[in-house]
Design a protein around this ligand. Structure first.
Ligand SMILES: Cc1cc2nc3c(=O)[nH]c(=O)nc-3n(C[C@H](O)[C@H](O)[C@H](O)COP(=O)(O)O)c2cc1C
Length: 202
């Protein structure tokens, strides 16, 4: 079984809801198993060791706060310096998602921070390939996939007066499901290459 972890932090439940949608997409592919792990739990040494040894892909998720990953998520990022030095996550697949109260809201900066983090770990970044449906006046809102138009990772918008049961909206959740499915298909095909790279220490 190919394993993909989703490490995320969420204060009000929006990122947690998006994480569940990514998980749904991952688990829709036979032979791949996704797991949700909060960034607080991922601070534990045993959890980091499990991620290093047993997962081919790790997807990072955080709300965008003041234009960057949350402090909670940054704590997780900084806790991985022991992974960085021996390059224990080298060649693993990586990707990301974020949520903001605004449609843009500087979310691209959060996704960039996460991509740089993955690069520091030597990981292989997989972007979003959901073509935006251009927000046409003729189309139903629920069909507006990737409506905020992010490509480094999923960038969703959640109304600040709704909790994680009602936001982000359906179209962002569908985008996250599609991204999870792509990550799963990609990782499944890549798995033998990952094993070969590891065996040859490339
Ligand atoms: C201190 C603070 C800073 C925020 N900064 C941004 C921001 O820069 N861009 C944005 O789009 N939303 C911003 N927001 C809104 C949150 O990103 C949004 O409510 C998000 O859905 C929260 O995710 P969560 O429910 O997973 O915690 C901010 C909220 C707070 C409390």
């Amino acid at each position: 079984m190919v394993k993909i972890a989703i490490v995320y932090s969420s204060i009000n439940g929006h990122t947690a809801r998006l994480a569940k949608a990514v998980l749904e997409g991952i688990n829709s592919v036979d032979g791949v198993e996704g797991k949700l792990i909060t960034s607080e739990v991922a601070l534990q040494r045993a959890v980091l060791d499990d991620l290093s040894s047993n997962y081919t892909a790790i997807i990072f998720g955080t709300p965008t706060l003041m234009g960057s990953p949350s402090a909670k998520f940054k704590e997780f990022m900084e806790s991985t310096s022991g992974i960085f030095i021996p390059k224990l996550w080298k060649n693993k697949i990586a990707g990301a998602f974020t949520v903001g109260g605004l449609r843009s809201g500087s979310k691209v900066n959060t996704l960039t921070d996460l991509a740089v983090f993955a690069a520091q770990q030597g990981m292989v970044w997989v972007p979003v390939t959901v073509t935006p449906t251009w927000n046409l006046s003729s189309q139903k809102e629920e069909d507006s996939l990737n409506g905020c138009g992010f490509f480094l990772g999923v960038g969703a918008q959640a109304n600040v007066d709704q909790d994680g049961n009602n936001a982000p909206a359906e179209w962002d959740l569908k985008t996250a499901i599609a991204y999870g499915k792509r990550m799963s298909e990609f990782t499944k095909l890549y798995e033998p290459t990952y094993t070969a790279l590891k065996a040859q220490d490339i």
